[in-house]
Ligand binder design. Sequence first.
Ligand code: DNO
Length: 349
Amino acid sequence: MKITFRHYNESDPIPLSYVSQIPAVSGIVSAVYDVRPGGVWSRESIAKIKENANRHNLSFEVVESVPVHEDIKLGKKSRIGYIDAYCENVRRLAEYGIKVICYNFMPVFDWLRSDLSYENPDGSRSLIYKQEQIDRLDPSKTKLSLPGWDESYTDDGLKALLSEYENVGHKELFENLSYFLRAVIPVCEDVGIKMAIHPDDPPRDVFGLPRIIKDEQTLDAMLSAYNSECNGITLCTGSLGADRKNDVPYLTEKYCRMNRTPFIHVRNIRLENECDFYETAHPTECGSLDIRRIMKILYDNGYDGYIRPDHGRMIWGETGKPGYGLYDRALGAMYLYGLWQGFGGFAKT
Ligand code: DNO
């Protein structure tokens, strides 16, 4: 297992020197953020992230994310050019030693929460999801924003895009994903990169838009759409765990044994009623997911891929990117490392 830490380059308030001070963290997970989805990343930008990381004794082997242009998800003719650009990014990233690319296939929006700074009784702040509040939001009227979202839409552009999805249901979206995989995975096989799709977060349709990566059945379908070790999953415990029907330890064991989960996001959530959840600290006792058991499954199956603590709460007065502060994620990294070492292993390879 290689423990990594997500970083947002120059726009990240956390200096890389702080990241390198977290014991057991051996690398960063990052991306080129100033190129629009569908564009080609310059070699200079990729090289710069790598050099900065290496200067702090950190590796840069996982990209999160190379975004998929909406025309690919919509299956428009113009997808051909955007897929070519995607493949070019894959080739370029391989030149700089990237091993895994995390991406998602969620229409228009990425992860979604109803409150980014919910105050817990102990004064810490968490990301939370309450369905009732989400149901009251209308993305064509309210400006929503989360780290990692494409912020460049104008109001009219967003409205037009949402209306294009009126003709795209689950089946069409899945066909468009399969088409994308058929074009991209052979390139990944050539250059030795593994694609790792991130589950939909939360794992259900939102704002009437279809979502297709949300449970065992849909994960299986996506893996069989192109049968290759380069066509994998980012196993995100918190995203999958937000549906009570998903047995996360079982899914972890299944996909780890199949060798189709090159990247893992570990976080805990406390489920409330059918759909709502609160993001908590990482330890098992803090939420509804048995993180210790999940880690034990990885350990017992000899997991040697990349892992990262996922969202943290804001603690000790920290402010910063929602979910991506330093302190609680560092505690999360130490918890994962401590478990691993307790099982008898070493995190740093
Ligand atoms: C949220 C992240 C997601 C993830 C993308 C992958 O914190 O896990 O934004 O990076 O869905 O493309």
